[in-house]
Ligand binder design. Structure first.
Ligand code: SF4
Length: 179
């Protein structure tokens, strides 16, 4: 096993002093720089350019940045969530290390979507049926992989066929789960 344990410390989000969320700084006991191109292949929707020494992606509302000796994870609720995210990261990195001979490395990948682009394809009625107060809030949660676009049932209406098609295409290109 490449990584036995990931140790982390939680820090306050400096630019948002009233926030109840934390960021985690995770130290890695070994250098995993050589694994970044393999992780770039496996991690859906990540951004990676070989030579920068950093891979970024969004998962479950967190922005995760992986570097050779450190990982940062944003917007964590508490230590228990940080521990769970660290465990999943450790398992994923160990798995990629174990299988890397069968993985084709990726040297350049940019699959990030922005909320406004997603919002433009939504009905824009702010009806709240998805559980969000506005379509823009929904778009932000889709981009951060907290919600699937299919949660918006209004978009399934015939009148939104074209928007749905365009949204499906952009989500597929950015390696998002559709359902
Ligand atoms: S259900 Fe769809 S249309 Fe209604 S607020 Fe959510 S995203 Fe907007």
């Amino acid at each position: 096993m490449l990584i036995d344990q990931l140790n982390f410390k939680l820090v306050n989000i400096e630019c948002m002093p009233t926030s109840t969320k934390f960021n985690a700084i995770v130290d890695i006991e070994v250098d995993i720089g050589h694994l970044l191109p393999y992780l770039a292949t496996v991690i859906r929707g990540c951004t990676y350019i070989d030579g920068t020494g950093e891979l970024n992606y969004m998962e479950g509302g967190h922005i995760i940045a992986i570097r050779s000796r450190q990982i940062t994870v944003t917007a964590l609720s508490d230590e228990a969530e940080a521990r769970q995210v660290c465990k999943e990261l450790r398992n994923m990195i160990n798995q990629v290390d174990k299988q890397r001979e069968s993985i084709t490395p990726t040297l350049r990948k940019h699959a990030r979507l922005d909320p406004l682009t997603v919002y433009r394809e939504l009905p824009g009625t702010n009806c709240g049926e998805c559980g969000e107060t506005t379509c823009m809030a929904f778009a932000a949660r889709v981009v951060s992989r907290e919600l699937k676009a299919s949660t918006c049932k209004i978009l399934l209406g015939k009148e939104y066929n074209r928007q749905r098609g365009r949204l499906r295409q952009m989500l597929e290109q950015a390696e998002y789960d559709l359902h």
